[in-house]
Design a protein around this ligand. Structure first.
Ligand code: CO8
Length: 262
């Protein structure tokens, strides 16, 4: 729990929790100890009634230059298996219900690219450097890169990227639909854009936002008919939510809604 050694947490706007990866000497290489802190901070914000949106960022030079190669180099199969190495890294994707916006400047390589792909919304600078260079280390992506990148850009391009280890730019990430916004400028500008969007999302009903995230994510795992049915069921369920009544009543009476987050 805080104070953390390798991340910095703050609440820059009401409702917005910011996590800054802060291991500058290793370009924010993702060690197990860094991930423990990151997961702890994610859970704390997710469980905090006052936080509606989480922003995750790095430095000007690096969002994260990958899994910590120095930690991985001596690993054996039995150690990796018995510690279920990398499994806790999926905490963001598997368990966090508030939206997470990644603001990427500089390197997002290997595990850093995979972490960015786990975010719900990705903003980056035009000259950010993404890639899955694991092949150059004699291995393959281990935190979902081969699956998420392939879903995001299609098989042909993902195969080329993963087998060559070539990187791609933030500008390309935008053109390919990986990044929702490409910002001209550096870390400061991309973070400002992410915080602005986070503030907007955090101003909506938490219940509706959580449901919105859930239904969009379902589209990644379910066939279309089941996905649409799932959406409709959740849409029906929201008729029981206080905020749905508040939102619709406010529209009809031309007033601003005051959310209860229930
Ligand atoms: N792990 C450990 N240390 C790192 C890493 C890393 N991934 N990346 C950089 N560092 C360290 C360097 O060793 C160096 O430390 P030192 O000063 O002690 O030598 C310091 O950070 C600065 O790095 P450089 O001197 O290399 O900086 P440059 O500006 O010259 O180069 C690069 C920047 C191009 C980013 C370069 O550092 C590099 O190529 N890094 C490795 C990138 C990479 O291959 N990443 C993929 C790692 S494999 C992986 O992520 C597998 C994913 C498995 C699952 C992940 C789950 C999320």
């Amino acid at each position: 729990s805080p104070p953390y050694q390798q991340i910095i947490t703050s609440v820059p706007n009401p409702g917005v929790g910011l996590i800054t990866l802060n291991r500058p000497k290793a370009l924010n290489a993702l060690s197990s100890s860094l991930f423990k802190e990151l997961n702890d901070a994610l859970s704390k914000y997710d469980n905090d009634q006052d936080i509606g949106t989480i922003v995750l960022t790095g430095s000007e030079k690096a969002f994260a230059a990958g899994a910590d190669i120095k930690e991985m180099a001596p690993l054996t199969l039995s150690a990796a298996y018995s510690n279920n190495f990398i499994a806790p890294w999926s905490h963001l994707a598997n368990n966090i219900r508030n939206p997470v916006i990644a603001a990427v400047s500089g390197y997002a390589l290997g595990g850093g690219c995979e972490l960015a792909l786990m975010a719900d919304i990705l903003y980056c600078t035009a000259n950010a450097t993404f890639g899955q260079p694991e092949i150059k280390l004699g291995t393959v992506p281990g935190a979902g890169g081969s699956q998420r990148l392939t879903r995001a850009v299609g098989k042909g391009k993902a195969m080329e990227l993963i087998l060559t280890g070539d990187s791609f730019s933030g500008k390309e990430a935008g053109e390919w639909g990986i990044a929702a916004k490409v910002v001209n400028g550096g870390a400061e500008e991309v973070l400002a854009a992410a915080l602005e969007t986070a503030k907007k999302i955090a101003g909506h009903s938490c219940v509706a936002v959580m449901a919105g995230k859930e239904v969009v994510n379902k589209s990644q795992n379910l066939p279309l008919t089941e996905g649409i049915e799932y959406e409709r069921r959740l849409f029906h369920a929201l008729f029981e939510a206080m905020d749905q009544k508040i939102g619709m009543d406010a529209f009809i009476s031309k007033e601003k809604p005051h959310w209860t987050n229930t």
